[in-house]
Design a protein around this ligand. Structure first.
Ligand code: C2E
Ligand code: CA
Ligand code: CA
Length: 586
């Protein structure tokens, strides 16, 4: 990591490299060393000067040769993360767009003072280093430190990179089995986290043993107490069901834990497809979503069972179409509800906002998002649902404020596909007017991966939302791969650090590097951070030491119905006033 005092070395590419602009000459006083080369052969300039931290290109007039030089540099191997900055003779939006398309990391006006220029350069260099750390880590990671199995990210990546070859395997069945240990928390709670780890290690051994019977199986630990087995070549669907049953029996044998023999059972979700076509990334995502729905159904049935995804499994016996029309009606009948989870500044112990999380109140049961959001996404219902959530969250915010609760704002999750629809900005504007609240009271959360998938379109809509004054957050940050060039241009305010990193802080030193890198990256880009999924004081301490601005997680509060907030709020304020230990999970 670079400290304020260390020197940065930049390569200046200029048509007239012998007589640089006076602002460049002044950079030396600000700990920025430069070497120069002519801009007509940028790769040569870079090669002859060895390693530099950034490249500065001076644009004159229309600057088209600078854009060419920029594009050439960016395409050279090893330069993907190198900050390339264009110094413009005058600010011009069209030029900035073209520069970004050519791979420039940022464009600065030449009117900046040398001091400000050096400051902005060193921030970019910092951000690029952090991103390099993060990328290296992500490439190395993908393994779960406790069990040595692939972690969720590694498992999904491996699945997506064409399991068992890319050839269609005519008539074979591919199956995904998800296993969740029933009431795993009791091992941790009653015997301590070491005992919990021991159970997980035993489970990992069982998963490996099962996989040995299927030579091309892929296995992973995809969540804290959730394991996955992918079987790409089974003769038929009956074999998939048999395999899932076998898994459940293997997981329902006693485990030794903290010196005791303990009973254990597991819930199993199965999804399978007949492989007439290769497994594309979309099919893999679909299979994961379906196995997840089947697992939710197994849990909802009380655990210790196998449920297979047949369209409609999430609702028991209804068919997929039925479920879809029930979800349709749910929107109209008001069966969707939002629960709210506080986001807290750990230094001031103040609530800085709340995240709205959707649930479906169906037949007296509260269905969590993974039981219906995938279907809503598939059917397009996610769009009206997202718009409903914005209106509902703002109405709730108005109601809390009327009660005297100083809730600063609410964050609503929006499906990134919504950005491609111009209706989103209109809907937001309409909701803002209806609520009478300032636009800054609303934050929209969009997943990093979703935004980056269609960056051109996303950029346009994000700007439209930003113009309305709405706050924007990149959700699940760290799980996708944002390019720094886009991050510097994206009009977002906040990065939400994915909870998988926060939860690994307990076991795994490398996740400290990631979280610290993201926090520093955010600071370098002037963005704030929220760390998600904070469950204990040790994670909180680590996050504070990394400079994370705010945190969210069961340690402070679980998501709760809007009507329960006032009571939680007064308990929280009381604890904060009396400097009592921060609230424990309820
Ligand atoms: P997310 O946006 O990452 O939401 C955070 C999830 O983390 C929530 O799960 C929350 O309950 C959970 N969480 C918070 N603190 C902790 C903790 O300390 N430990 C653990 N283990 N989990 C914690 P939830 O409510 O089940 O939501 C899951 C996902 O469903 C959300 O992930 C989001 O992607 C999606 N979702 C929820 N509501 C909506 C919505 O209104 N619209 C859309 N498009 N997606 C939604
Ligand atoms: Ca979220
Ligand atoms: Ca998240």
């Amino acid at each position: 990591m670079i400290s304020a005092a260390s020197t940065i070395r930049i390569l200046l590419l200029d048509a007239d490299a012998d007589r640089p602009h006076p602002i460049i000459a002044a950079l030396l006083e600000h700990a920025i060393e430069w070497v120069s080369a002519r801009s007509d052969d940028p790769d040569m300039g870079l090669r002859s000067h060895g390693s530099v931290d950034a490249v500065l290109l001076e644009a004159d007039g229309a600057g088209s040769d600078v854009l060419q030089a920029c594009a050439r540099l960016r395409q050279c191997a090893g330069n993907a993360l190198l900050p390339i900055v264009i110094l413009m003779s005058h600010a011009d939006e069209r030029f900035i767009e073209k520069a970004c398309a050519a791979g420039a990391t940022d464009c600065f006006p030449r009117t900046l003072s040398a001091r400000r220029l050096s400051l902005r350069l060193s921030r970019l260099v910092d951000a690029a280093r952090m991103q390099r750390d993060l990328t290296t880590f992500q490439q190395r990671a993908g393994r779960d430190a406790l069990t040595g199995l692939l972690d969720r990210h590694g498992f999904i990546t491996a699945l997506r990179s064409a399991p068992a070859g890319t050839d269609p395997v005519d008539g074979m069945t591919a199956a995904l089995v998800l296993i969740d240990i029933d009431r795993f928390k009791r091992f941790n709670d009653s015997l301590g986290p070491m005992a919990g780890d021991q159970v997980l290690s035993t489970c990992a051994r069982r998963v490996r043993a099962i996989a040995r019977a299927f030579p091309d199986a892929l296995i992973g630990r995809v969540a804290s107490d959730e394991f996955a087995i992918f079987l790409p070549r089974l003769p038929d669907s009956a074999s998939a069901h048999r395999a899932a049953q076998r898994v459940m029996h293997q997981f329902s044998r006693p485990v030794s834990c903290g010196g005791l023999e303990c009973m254990m059972t597991a819930s199993v979700g199965l999804a399978h497809v007949t492989r007439c076509q290769p497994m594309t990334a979309e099919r893999v995502d679909g299979l994961m979503a379906h196995a997840g729905m089947a697992l939710s159904a197994a849990k909802a049935a009380g655990g210790h069972v196998v449920r297979a995804f047949e369209p409609g499994v999430a609702s028991g016996r209804v068919s997929g179409l039925d479920l879809e029309s029930r979800l349709h009606r749910a929107v109209e009948r008001g069966e969707l509800v939002l629960h709210y989870q506080p986001i807290i500044d750990p230094r001031t112990r103040r609530v800085t906002g709340l995240e709205a999380l959707m649930r479906w109140q169906r037949d007296g049961q509260l269905v969590p998002p993974d039981g219906f959001i995938p279907l809503a996404e598939e059917s397009g219902l996610i769009f009206p649902m997202g718009e409903w959530a914005i209106g509902e969250a703002l109405a709730q915010l108005g109601a809390w404020r009327a009660l005297g609760l100083a809730v600063p704002g609410v964050a609503v999750n929006i499906h990134p596909g919504h950005l491609a629809r111009s209706a989103l900005a209109h809907a937001v504007e309409h909701c803002m007017q209806a609520s009478g609240l300032p636009a800054s009271a609303l934050q929209i959360e969009l997943t990093e991966t979703g935004v980056m998938r269609d960056i051109e379109r996303s950029m346009e809509s994000l700007h439209a939302l930003r113009e309305l004054g709405v706050q924007l957050a990149l959700d699940d940050f760290g799980t996708g791969s944002s390019s720094l060039a886009y991050l510097t241009q994206l009009p977002v305010d906040t990065l939400k650090i994915d909870r998988s990193f926060v939860q690994r802080l307990d076991h795994d030193r490398q996740s400290h590097v990631v979280v610290r890198s993201i926090a520093t990256l955010a600071q370098a880009l002037g963005l704030s951070t929220v760390a998600e999924g904070v469950e204990n004081a040790a994670q909180l301490d680590a996050l504070r030491s990394f400079g994370c601005d705010t945190v969210q997680g069961y340690f402070f509060a679980r998501p709760m119905p809007g009507g329960e907030l006032a009571q939680w709020w007064s308990r929280f304020e009381h604890a904060s006033r009396h400097c009592e230990p921060l609230l424990q999970p309820s």
